[in-house]
Design a protein around this ligand. Structure first.
Ligand code: SAM
Length: 255
């Protein structure tokens, strides 16, 4: 969520980080829960028979998919620990199949819908991935996803000399890429959200507990300065605030 790290955008490292904090994810992922609820309203009226969920995590969005009368559901994540947490929490039906691995590289069988909640910001090449995902969706099938936009944690990214592999793309750019990949954008939405934390350190810790902290934390001296600078900008009577830009898309395969 911080400064874009162009080199060493290591997907294995991302998977390892999510695995490390999988057990604390649900407690801190309040925003992802909200996103899952809103993304569920983007589900097509006629439930697709075969669904692939990318980056299922601990199942915050999977539960909405499983509430529908689907015939087959593939659930994917790069982090084995996130999948383990999901399996402990949700009793997976016999028509579900777990696919562990990097969705940017995996080959999938064709489905009626691909869904992903709060995942695409972790992709190294989202524009290319959209084209690949299009080839795994049947004609007139759908792609629905949510992600974070460029205003997300803007204050923190402005002042923090930290790096992260997260890519924050604007809604209009996503729409352009979705169309270029062979889809028609059916619905899109942008929401601004503010969250409050008792102090800057608790904000940073919370990011860490959902596996979204910068890949390289900084020295104690720089961290102290960062906390001071962030308090100067974002401290309110309710604690420090953080701004989030939430993006939602639903698209139909044009073929
Ligand atoms: C912010 S979490 C969202 C999890 C879940 N979708 C939710 O709504 O809570 C991002 C998830 O994407 C997974 N992920 C990140 N990059 C991935 C990739 N290249 N392929 C598959 N999963 C990936 C992470 O392991 C993590 O579980």
């Amino acid at each position: 969520m911080f400064k874009q790290k162009s080199e060493n955008n290591n997907s294995q490292e991302i998977g390892r980080n999510f695995s490390k904090y999988a057990h604390t994810y649900d407690k801190h992922a309040q925003l992802q829960k909200l996103m899952a609820k809103k993304l569920a309203s983007f589900l097509p009226k006629d439930t697709p028979e075969q669904i692939l969920e990318i980056g299922c995590g601990t199942g915050l969005f999977t539960k909405y998919l499983l509430a529908k009368p689907v015939k087959k559901i593939f659930i994917n994540d790069i982090s084995p620990e996130m999948i383990t947490c999901l399996s402990l929490k949700i009793s997976l039906p016999p028509y579900s199949q777990i696919i562990h691995g990097n969705a940017e590289l995996l080959k999938f069988q064709k489905v009626d819908m691909i869904a992903a909640n709060a995942v695409f910001q972790w992709f190294k090449n989202p524009r290319i991935v959209l084209g690949r995902l299009n080839s795994y969706i049947k004609a007139n099938g759908s792609l629905i996803f949510s992600t974070f936009g460029p205003s997300t944690l803007s204050e923190l990214r402005k002042i923090a000399p930290l790096e992260s592999p997260v890519l924050l793309i604007s809604k209009s750019e996503w729409c352009k890429w979705i169309e270029e990949a062979g889809f028609t954008v059916h619905l899109s939405a942008k929401e601004s959200h503010k969250t409050f934390f008792p102090n800057t350190l608790s904000l940073l810790k919370s990011l860490q507990q959902i596996g979204a902290a910068p890949t390289q934390m900084t020295s104690p001296k720089i961290l102290r300065q960062l906390i001071k600078d962030y308090d100067d900008i974002c401290l309110t009577q309710q604690g420090v605030h953080a701004n989030w830009e939430l993006l939602y898309f639903s698209a139909i395969n044009k073929q």
